[in-house]
Design a protein around this ligand. Structure first.
Ligand SMILES: *Cc1c(COP(=O)(O)O)cnc(C)c1O
Length: 406
């Protein structure tokens, strides 16, 4: 599809679930590490040690945020890499210990592609068997279903904290508790423990992410979803857990992730997570208020519905299904009005593929094609929301008039 964008002077960015800008404070913290303190952290001279210190300090900030030990924090190139390492690394380690049985993973059918495709890869290579849990109409997994699908060879339960397409919050704490209880009885019957991973990428700005509260053994996150740069992320992994590295080479990151550290980006992530910790509830309230107004007014447009139960969802996401309109078309017309939004359906090779998340929630593919996601951030204003509300009904009307009557 040919895309043309004419940019209005006032731009309204409502796609924070896709990425955020880098904060000036974050960039400022990063700056010295490009030209001045450019050393390689593995070198013992002062250039290297300065860089090492910066990486360690950033690690300390992430550890403080999660309530973890610094030795449990690994820097990666993003959530995708953290997720790959967690799933593949655990499965490989488990293979070494129970060679007679293929390790089993339980995950949900609404995970980010990073989880789903990693699981599919492990299945294709016959390295793991995977159960994809169904969700209810609001996108929630049922804890009972997790319990029912656990097998002796289960190595990992992986359930995301907040869904990036619809904002559903999963009961991570309850799942964590359940797995702890199950592990106690597994220990008695000489079964290896089950580990619990959560992709917390969309949660970190708004929800409690302290490890002790969640009861997780592994947690992934990505810098660019909370105002750090793209290309840097974190894997938290509980001490003592056996994980085999998936990238071989040097001995960086506790020998779990080879390759010279991306020092300036790691510094940026450290600064950004510190800012999240300082301001956590400040912007969330405002974002929620704006999102609720957006939902209330958009639902007045005929034949538009909201996905999920927004009262129980993360504050920054609102996803609508607009009958008789393609999501992609709305995104393009909104973009011409200077508004950034997103749709679950990705236009790949000219074929519109409906979102796997919406399908898993029970929506039909025609419904899913009309999805429109707005995701808010800390700088959005009421005027911006009002502007969206002014132009959106016209855009939907225009597209409906153009659509062929079937
Ligand atoms: C963005 C995102 C990812 C992937 O992050 P990358 O930085 O692209 O690796 C994974 N999971 C969720 C929920 C996300 O929103």
């Amino acid at each position: 599809m040919k895309k043309s964008y004419s940019i209005r002077s006032k731009l309204i960015y409502l796609d924070h679930a896709a990425t955020t800008s880098v904060l000036p404070e974050v960039l400022k913290a990063m700056n010295p590490y490009f030209i001045k303190h450019f050393g390689n952290p593995s070198e013992p001279h002062q250039w290297g040690q300065q860089a090492r210190l910066a990486v360690d300090q950033a690690r300390g900030k992430v550890a403080a945020f999660l309530g973890a030990k610094t030795s449990e924090i690994l820097f990666t190139s993003g959530a995708t890499e953290a997720i790959n390492l967690a799933h593949k690394g655990l499965v490989e380690a488990r293979h070494k210990r129970q060679q007679d049985r293929i390790p089993h993973i339980i995950t949900s059918s609404i995970e980010h592609k990073a989880v789903i495709e990693t699981c599919k890869h492990l299945e294709r290579l016959k390295l793991a068997e995977v159960t994809y849990l169904s969700v209810d109409k609001d996108g929630l997994v049922k804890i009972k279903n997790i319990e029912k699908t656990i097998r002796p060879e289960t190595v990992l339960v992986s359930v995301m904290y907040v869904n990036n397409e619809v904002g559903t919050i999963q009961p991570i704490k309850e799942i964590g508790k359940l797995i702890k209880e199950i592990n106690v009885s597994r220990l008695k019957s000489h079964l290896l423990p089950i580990y619990f991973h959560t992709d917390a990428t969309q949660a970190i700005q708004y929800l409690d992410c302290r490890i002790s509260e969640l009861g997780v053994d592994l947690l992934s996150l990505s810098g660019h979803k909370f105002y750090a740069p793209k290309g840097v992320g974190v894997l938290y992994f509980k001490k003592g857990l056996s994980l085999i590295r998936q990238q071989d080479g040097g001995e960086q990151e506790y020998r779990l992730r080879a390759g010279t550290e991306n020092v300036p980006y790691i510094v940026g992530l450290g600064k950004a997570i510190e800012l999240v910790q300082q301001n956590k509830n400040l912007s969330a309230k405002n974002i929620e208020k704006l999102r609720d107004k957006l939902i209330e007014k958009v639902l007045k447009i005929p034949r538009v519905k909201l996905v999920g139960d927004f009262k129980k969802n993360a504050p920054h996401i609102a996803t609508f299904l607009v009958e008789g309109v393609e999501g992609e078309a709305m995104i393009l017309l909104l973009s011409e009005e200077g508004i950034a939004s997103s749709s679950g359906s990705a236009c790949t090779s000219g074929l519109l593929e409906p979102s796997h998340v919406l399908l898993a929630m029970g929506y039909k593919s025609e419904e899913a094609h009309g999805s429109l996601r707005f995701s808010l951030g800390k700088d959005n204003t009421e005027e911006e929301i009002d502007y969206v509300l002014k132009v959106l009904p016209g855009i939907i009307q225009r597209l409906r008039r153009m659509a062929p009557k079937l």
